[in-house]
Write a protein of this length. Structure first.
Length: 161
């Protein structure tokens, strides 16, 4: 498969629509956040989630240092936050992380999964960090922000019936 290039692989992965989350963690140096869409549920019993972080990203070090993280699933109107935490921030946009259970969170998120790091698996150029969910918050009425093909989008409102 000589034509299996990094670019083709990335483009193909980009065709899979995902939700958008901001991973947050607190360290002695402050609160940190990073936009990610590599998040998934792993197990209901015990309650486990995973995030996939590049071995080169600063967030991996923050999560390792903290030993815990929060996955904040963004609401459909939070694209500016997604861009900010992806390094495309608007300097005029004042971003303040809220605090819940002494952890940094995105106020108004669709869902928040509070996780303590349970294990880490090295996989290629990424680390898969498995966390045990210790608590969660969810707004059942909120619609999530989506990402597909390099673009943000949203689900249509549910039809009233």
């Amino acid at each position: 498969m000589a034509d299996l290039t990094r670019e083709r692989l990335r483009d193909a992965f980009g065709g899979f629509a995902t939700g958008v989350a901001v991973i947050t963690a607190a360290t002695g140096q402050g609160d940190h956040g990073m936009t990610a869409n590599a998040f998934m549920s792993v197990s209901l019993d015990p309650p486990l989630v995973s995030i996939s972080l590049s071995l080169r990203c600063r967030m991996l070090g923050y999560v390792r240092q903290s030993g815990r993280y929060v996955v904040n699933v963004l609401r459909h109107d939070m694209e500016p936050l997604a861009r900010h935490f992806a390094g495309q921030g608007d300097p005029a946009l004042a971003i303040r992380l809220a605090r819940t259970q002494d952890r940094p969170v995105i106020a108004g998120a669709v869902a928040q999964f509070f996780a303590d790091v349970q294990s880490e698996i090295l996989a290629g150029d990424h680390a898969i960090v498995i966390g045990r969910v210790t608590d969660l918050r969810r707004d059942a009425e909120a619609r999530p922000l989506l990402f597909c093909g390099g673009k943000f989008g949203q689900m249509a409102p549910a039809a009233e019936g």
